[in-house]
Design a protein around this ligand. Structure first.
Ligand code: 5GP
Ligand code: MG
Length: 176
């Protein structure tokens, strides 16, 4: 299957370092910041960001995890219901500044579900979103605060995200 290169391993490393810098610039005092990764690769990316930010600031960012399953039998309908299958938020949400982290932002439904789940836990002071790739095609008014790479895609295309800890290599490519 032909997969058109979007990010090489070196480009991904530089991008993550740059994103970590942006987060540090906004959250100069990271004492109140916590990361929440979204299932699988969002969690992997959140862990990498945490490692970079912790090393650069001396903070020890709390890291949580949300598992959200989307049933996309019908890609044309807004009825598609994301379901929260498992959550692991080992810190108090109350008053916290939460940075949601995911690999790819598409329609926005996953983030809508993630926000609902987080707000069920308590009242954060602020929630922001960081994604490695924004592939457009939003169906809800949701945007990311920090974007690694913007990629123009059609609905039927797919962005493959490979991460070394899970897939043996760092690479992003587009399957048309
Ligand atoms: P959304 O809910 O915004 O439609 O889709 C975002 C969620 O679905 C993310 O958790 C992301 O992992 C996954 N996703 C949607 N489109 C793609 C894609 O093209 N590539 C990858 N790797 N994940 C996608
Ligand atoms: Mg996902």
């Amino acid at each position: 299957q032909d997969c058109k290169d979007i990010l090489s391993a070196g480009e991904m490393e530089a991008l993550l370092a740059g994103l970590a810098d942006q987060v540090i610039a906004v959250h100069k005092d990271c004492g109140n910041l916590a990361l929440v990764g979204i299932q699988r690769r969002g969690v992997d990316i959140a862990r990498r960001l945490k490692d970079i930010i912790d090393a650069r600031t001396g903070c020890v960012l709390p890291l949580g995890r949300l598992d959200i399953n989307l049933y996309r039998d019908d890609w044309t309908s807004l009825d598609v219901q994301p379901t929260i299958s498992q959550t692991d938020i080992p810190f108090a949400i109350e008053g916290r500044e939460i940075l949601l982290v995911d690999d790819v932002l598409f329609t926005g439904r996953t983030i809508r579900a993630a926000l609902e789940a987080i707000l069920d836990f308590g009242r954060p002071r602020k929630v922001e979103l960081l994604v490695l790739v924004d592939r457009g095609n939003r169906e809800l008014p949701i945007e990311a605060n920090f974007v690694g790479e913007r990629v123009d895609t059609h609905r039927g295309e797919h962005v493959n995200v490979y991460l070394s800890e899970r897939d043996g290599e760092d690479r992003v490519c587009l399957v048309a």
